[in-house]
Design a protein around this ligand. Structure first.
Ligand SMILES: [Mn+2]
Length: 348
C-alpha cells in the first residue's frame, strides 16, 4: 500500500513539472485550469469584442458559422464551435510551446478570440458582406485574422477584405477541390466558386493550389482558366514528388501570403468530419511542414482561414482536433518567424 502511494506521488510530481522557462510560481500555485475547465474560446484565450483589437494582439480568431454555400453535406456552420471546443485540448497552461519534432520552443503570442460574424440565415449576400466587414476591421487594426469556417464560400469575402493592405497577396490554398467554378444557375458565391472570385481580385497577385485531386468536381476548362489567370496547381502526388522545399519555393521569395486551408485537403481517414471528403489527401505532417516552409519563405502571413469542418460528421472529434492543431502550428510558426526576423506585421 505504501509503495503504491509513493508511486502515485511520484507520478503526480512528474505531471506537475513545469515546462522550460515557464513562470513556475503561477504554474504550480495558480489555477490548474485543465483543458475541460473554463470558457470554450479558441485555445481558452480570453474573449473580447472588436474594441479589444486596439491592444494589437498578434492574432484575432474570428468564427464564420455559415454553410449556405455547401453543395452536399452541411454542418460547417458548427465548425467554429467544434474547433474552439477541440482547441482546449492543447492548452495545459504551459508558458511556452516545446515542439519535440523540431526541437524549437516558441509561443503562440497574444491571441484574441473576437467571436463570430453575425450570420443572417437564408441571406448569403448579407452574411458574406458582414464577413468582409469583420475581417476588414481586424486588418485595419493591424492584427492577423485567423478565420474559423464555415464552408469555403467564406474565403471570397475574406480575400476581398485583404484589399485594405497596401501590397498584393499570394494566396496559398490547401484543398481537395479547385473551387474554381465561374457560375452555375446564377450561383457565384458558393463554396465551389471561391478561388475564382479571389483570383479575379486585383490585389491577389497569384495563387498556389495544393492537394487538388477530386474527380469531376471541377471541369478541365476551369483548371485551364485558373492557370491562365495566375494559378499553379499541384495534386497531392505532385507535391510528394516535388518535396516540401521545392513546393514552397513556388511562392515568390518575400511575398505576403494568405493561407486558405480546406480541411478536406487532408485525407478523410484523419479528417472525416467534412461535407465533401475526398480520398488520397495529405497527412498532418505534410501540411505542417508545407506551412512552416512557406511561412519562413514569405515576408509575412497576412491571414489564414480553416474551413469546411463539419462537427455533425465528426463523432470522434478527430477532424476538429486536427483543425485546432494545425491552427496552433501556424500561429507558432508565424510568431517564431516574426521573432527571428523582427519582421513587421502586415503592412497597411
Ligand atoms: Mn474548398
Amino acid at each position: 500500500m505504501r509503495r503504491m502511494r509513493l508511486a502515485l506521488e511520484l507520478l503526480c510530481w512528474c505531471i506537475a513539472l513545469p515546462g522550460a522557462g515557464a513562470d513556475e510560481g503561477a504554474y504550480t500555485k495558480g489555477r490548474l485550469n485543465l483543458p475541460f475547465v473554463g470558457h470554450t474560446t479558441f485555445g481558452k484565450f480570453p474573449p473580447g469584442d472588436m474594441d479589444a483589437l486596439s491592444r494589437r494582439p498578434d492574432f484575432a480568431v474570428l468564427g464564420v458559422p455559415n454553410d449556405m454555400g455547401t453543395q452536399y453535406r452541411s454542418g460547417a456552420r458548427m465548425g467554429p464551435r467544434g474547433i474552439r471546443e477541440a482547441s482546449t485540448l492543447y492548452q495545459f497552461g504551459h508558458a511556452e510551446v516545446y515542439d519535440a519534432d523540431t526541437g524549437e520552443t516558441y509561443q503562440y503570442g497574444d491571441v484574441l478570440d473576437v467571436g463570430d460574424v453575425d450570420i443572417v440565415h437564408t441571406d448569403q449576400e448579407a452574411s458574406l458582406n458582414r464577413t468582409r466587414e469583420a475581417v476588414e476591421q481586424v486588418l485595419r487594426a493591424g492584427v492577423t485574422p485567423f478565420i474559423l469556417g464555415g464552408d469555403h464560400a467564406t474565403t471570397a469575402p475574406v480575400c476581398s477584405a485583404l484589399a485594405v493592405l497596401s501590397k498584393p497577396v499570394v494566396l496559398v490554398q490547401i484543398d481537395a477541390h479547385l473551387d474554381f467554378v465561374d457560375e452555375r444557375h446564377g450561383v457565384r458565391y458558393g463554396h465551389g466558386n471561391c478561388m475564382r472570385r479571389c483570383l479575379e481580385m486585383p490585389h491577389i497577385s497569384s495563387m498556389l493550389q495544393l492537394g487538388i485531386r477530386s474527380v469531376s468536381s471541377t471541369a478541365k476548362s476551369s483548371f485551364e482558366d485558373a492557370e491562365r489567370m495566375g494559378s499553379k496547381i499541384l495534386s497531392v502526388r505532385e507535391v510528394r514528388k516535388l518535396g516540401t522545399e521545392s513546393t514552397a519555393a513556388l511562392v515568390p521569395q518575400g511575398a505576403q501570403v494568405y493561407f486558405s486551408i480546406d480541411i478536406d485537403g487532408f485525407d478523410p481517414s484523419i479528417a472525416p468530419g467534412t461535407g465533401t471528403p475526398s480520398h488520397g489527401g495529405f497527412s498532418y505532417y505534410e501540411v505542417k511542414d508545407l506551412l512552416r516552409e512557406i511561412i519562413f519563405r514569405a515576408s509575412d502571413v497576412v491571414g489564414l482561414d480553416l474551413v469546411e469542418v463539419s462537427p455533425p460528421y465528426d463523432p470522434a472529434q478527430v477532424t476538429s482536433l486536427l483543425a485546432a492543431r494545425i491552427l496552433f502550428d501556424a500561429m507558432g510558426f508565424i510568431k517564431l518567424k516574426r521573432a527571428q526576423t523582427s519582421s513587421p506585421k502586415a503592412e497597411l
